[in-house]
Design a protein around this ligand. Structure first.
Ligand SMILES: NC(=O)c1ccc[n+]([C@@H]2O[C@H](COP(=O)([O-])OP(=O)(O)OC[C@H]3O[C@@H](n4cnc5c(N)ncnc54)[C@H](O)[C@@H]3O)[C@@H](O)[C@H]2O)c1
Length: 361
């Protein structure tokens, strides 16, 4: 039986370019209309995709009764407002990471989501990269045995990002804007992280751009069973290059095996008990994941997550990560911030959740 296509609207056509590409290539989605305040950008997306249904008014997407889901790719600081508007208009939401640039407004957002009865899916894109998907399959098959540690990093020279106005405004931080990919990977495997401690550095390079946020950070996390997580991020330093040092990596070490998924290398390393170490290369998927110039966008991840969203809608399942899960990841980051401010003190995640979410429980 052919499954029906859901109708999608997109707001924010910078990174939203990837979801336009994904929706136009999907049998499960019909791209109905896109929106950006910047008319010139709308015209350039029209030219690029031959897609003429654009508007500069978000209200036009909200008021279109045909649109079932809105995908939000506006600056981090606008997500709360745009997600709430979409829910109040009766739409499902796909929101890029971070769902919010802090926990402010988290209780309000959860209330709005509950009231609407609609889904809020958060585009933690790295989970949907092929090596990370394979690593997850091995984890779910129990191939690692008992997990002892999960180590994730996101290390990139992100100074180019500071050219965007909103990255130098209140609410942007390297932790919520970038390192969240690594934090999300650790939480994916250690969902019940209970405490965290770490250090951060706000360097001269960073301050030169007028940005007041730590640009190098290192953290240790622990769950209730004593499993250890490790998260590293550095954002204004030269790197060794993708071939030596993949920008995002996730290593899982367990009693029966160790694996490493890499981004943006299409490579997955494994060593399971009783087997030789192996490396699976997936270069044949390069053009699926990286559809535009260089590796600046990674539309294949967005393709994978909108197909997941459509399947969940078909089957009445919750697409993951949802708002609840994303907010728990944000709570880990609030605890990380506290730990840095307090000289590396161990901070309990539950204390943060109690403080911010008590009203909505
Ligand atoms: N891996 C990932 O998942 C990934 C990668 C990059 C960026 N992002 C996220 O995507 C979001 C956008 O980042 P970006 O790099 O595209 O930024 P950007 O500044 O290039 O694009 C944001 C766009 O939103 C538009 N916009 C702002 N307010 C609007 C409004 N009220 N109505 C309509 N359009 C509006 C702007 O005109 C701009 O074109 C951010 O939240 C960022 O963190 C996610």
């Amino acid at each position: 039986m052919t499954k029906r296509a859901y109708k999608l609207g997109v707001v924010g056509l910078g990174e939203g370019r990837s979801i336009m590409s994904a929706a136009l290539a999907s049998e499960r989605w019909e791209l109905r209309k896109v929106c950006d305040l910047n008319e010139e950008l709308c015209r350039s997306r029209e030219k690029e995709f031959g897609f003429t249904a654009w508007t500069t008014s978000y209200d036009e997407l909200l008021n279109d009764p045909e649109i079932e889901a809105i995908a939000i790719y506006t600056p981090d600081q606008l997500h709360l407002k745009h997600v709430k508007m979409a829910l109040e208009a009766g739409k499902h939401v796909i929101c890029t990471k971070p769902l919010l640039p802090s926990l402010d407004g988290a209780a309000e957002l959860l209330e709005a989501q509950k009231r609407s009865g609609k889904h809020v899916f958060v585009g933690q894109s790295t989970r949907y990269f092929e090596p990370m998907k394979r690593q997850r399959q091995d984890f779910e098959a129990g191939k690692h045995g008992d997990i002892h540690t999960v180590e994730a990093h996101y290390i990139t020279d992100g100074r180019w990002f500071l050219e965007k106005d909103w990255s130098r405004q209140k609410g942007f931080s390297w932790m919520y804007g970038f390192m969240i990919h690594a934090v999300d990977l650790v939480r994916w495997y250690l969902p019940e992280v209970t405490e965290v401690m770490g250090f951060g550095l706000n360097s001269e390079a960073n301050r030169g751009y007028g940005v007041d946020s730590w640009d190098t950070m290192r953290f240790l996390l622990r769950d209730g069973d004593g499993r250890i997580g490790q998260v590293s991020g550095s954002y204004t330093l030269p790197t060794l290059g993708q071939s030596v040092e993949p920008s995002i990596g996730c290593v899982i070490r367990g009693s029966a095996g160790t694996t490493r998924g890499e981004y943006s290398n299409l490579v997955y390393h494994t060593h399971f008990a009783g087997e030789q170490p192996a490396t699976a290369e997936m270069e044949h998927l390069h053009d699926y994941f990286f559809r535009f110039e260089g590796k600046s966008h990674h539309a294949g991840e967005y393709q994978n997550y909108i197909e997941h969203f459509a399947e969940c809608l078909d089957e009445g399942r919750t697409p993951l990560p949802d708002a609840n899960e994303a907010i728990r990841t944000l709570a880990v980051m609030v605890a990380m911030e506290r730990s840095i401010r307090e000289g590396g003190r161990i901070v309990r995640i539950q204390d943060v959740l109690d403080e911010y979410l008590e009203p909505s429980r």
